[in-house]
Design a protein around this ligand. Structure first.
Ligand code: MG
Length: 305
């Protein structure tokens, strides 16, 4: 097993590869976040909110460039079913989409007439609905957004209806909801809570909630895993339901039953990650100042599309 992998359970072995290593692809960020793989263009995008930019790693030649600057302080990203970029904007306090012709369209910026705090991370369900978290990090200070007053008075998880464009609060009992991802069958939604940044001994865990029979609502969210080093921020789930999450000392990998089965050690605090590359078996890791990548024997839930 390559030195970057730490195994705690036999189930981790088949998810790793021998003779692979952690590639250091880019540096110079203040807070690397929001990795998303743009399959058609063969590039990876990620955000660096304190520098108000979105960067691009071109996998055809390894070049790093600015994709957007200024960037409305983007944080989390994903793609929708048509491959369009969906962004969480701290600056715009909204969820936006970049259309195929390159124009930006705001999909939602309000709940019941009040502005969102600062959308942080986002996933798209197979029915086209967009689910996102809305903690206050982007309005707390001017460092990674614009210091502003919260209008809603809570940090919720929302579902954006693909037809009406209406946002509905689906989870309201989180302190600072953050990363989120569906189980491969989309029957459960995992949500990280980084509330420990704002509350002494506050949450530093991931909870999991069952979706209602309508596929639009959530039942009570139960504890899935407590972070043993730092905080869980963004995470992804593979085809087998294993959860690959950011943490203070690298990437922590959990089996669907909540067992920590292994780690990928990274020399900087990890904020987010995503599967990419033509076979989606390369894990791109956003870690503080840097972008890293490592090949693994796993693919994201939903692959092949
Ligand atoms: Mg986040």
């Amino acid at each position: 097993m390559a030195g970057e992998f730490e195994q705690y359970d036999d189930r981790f072995k088949k998810l790793t590869l021998g003779n692979v290593h952690l590639d250091h692809l880019a540096s110079g960020c203040r807070w690397a976040e929001g990795a998303v793989y743009m399959a058609a263009g063969k590039y990876l995008l990620w955000s660096d909110a304190p520098n108000d930019r979105v960067l691009r790693y071109d996998e055809t030649n390894g070049a790093i460039s600015n994709f957007l600057q200024p960037a409305n302080y983007h944080n989390g990203h994903t793609t929708d079913r048509q491959g369009r970029l969906i962004a969480c904007e701290h600056g715009g306090r909204c969820i936006s989409r970049i259309e195929h012709d390159g124009t930006r369209r705001v999909l939602a910026d309000r709940f019941q007439g009040k502005r969102f705090n600062s959308p942080n991370d986002v996933v798209v369900k197979s029915d086209g609905s967009i689910w996102f978290s809305d903690p206050t990090y982007g309005i707390d200070t001017d460092y990674e957004g614009h210091a502003s007053k919260a209008e809603i008075g809570g940090s919720y998880v929302y579902r954006l209806d693909p037809d009406s464009g209406e946002a509905t609060a689906v989870a309201t009992d989180f302190v600072q909801p953050n990363g989120l991802a569906f189980s491969p069958d989309e029957k459960r939604l995992y949500i990280a809570d980084t509330g420990a940044t704002h509350v002494d001994n506050g949450p530093h865990h991931i909870r999991v909630a069952e979706l209602g029979a309508d596929g639009r609502s959530l039942g009570p969210a139960k504890l899935f895993a407590e972070c043993t080093d730092g905080l869980f921020d963004g995470f992804r789930i593979d085809t087998e339901g294993n959860l690959w999450t950011s943490a203070g000392d690298g990437v922590h990998v959990y089996a669907p039953d909540g067992t920590l089965i292994g780690k990928i050690k990274v020399p900087e605090v990890v904020a987010n990650l995503c599967f990419g590359g033509p076979k989606r078996n390369r894990l791109f890791i956003c870690a503080t100042t840097s972008l890293y990548a490592i090949y693994v024997n796993a693919r994201p839930a939903g692959w092949p599309a």
